[in-house]
Design a protein. Sequence first.
Length: 106
Amino acid sequence: TVAHAGDGNLHPLVLFDAKNPDEAVAAKKAGEEILDICIAMGGTITGEHGIGLEKLDAMPRMFDPADMAAMRKVKMTFDPDDVLNPGKMLPPDVGKPLPTKQEITQ
């Protein structure tokens, strides 16, 4: 683990052989378990660098649907055409369309 001990930022580093499919699966599972423990202990899934593509799918595990909807509204307010980092700031909301411009301004 790499860490900023003074401010509580941990950067777990799970080493594995990428050529070994079993190790890759085990490393991914370990990473997901680490995130779950962080959330359960009142921590966050990210540090100073933002969520990143790797952790987008973990956001709904940390944030409730209302928080996710609020983040989508903010994103759509400033980027209604979704041209700024499309697909990189929020996970896809499967089954729910993004709010329309009219819904955002209401």
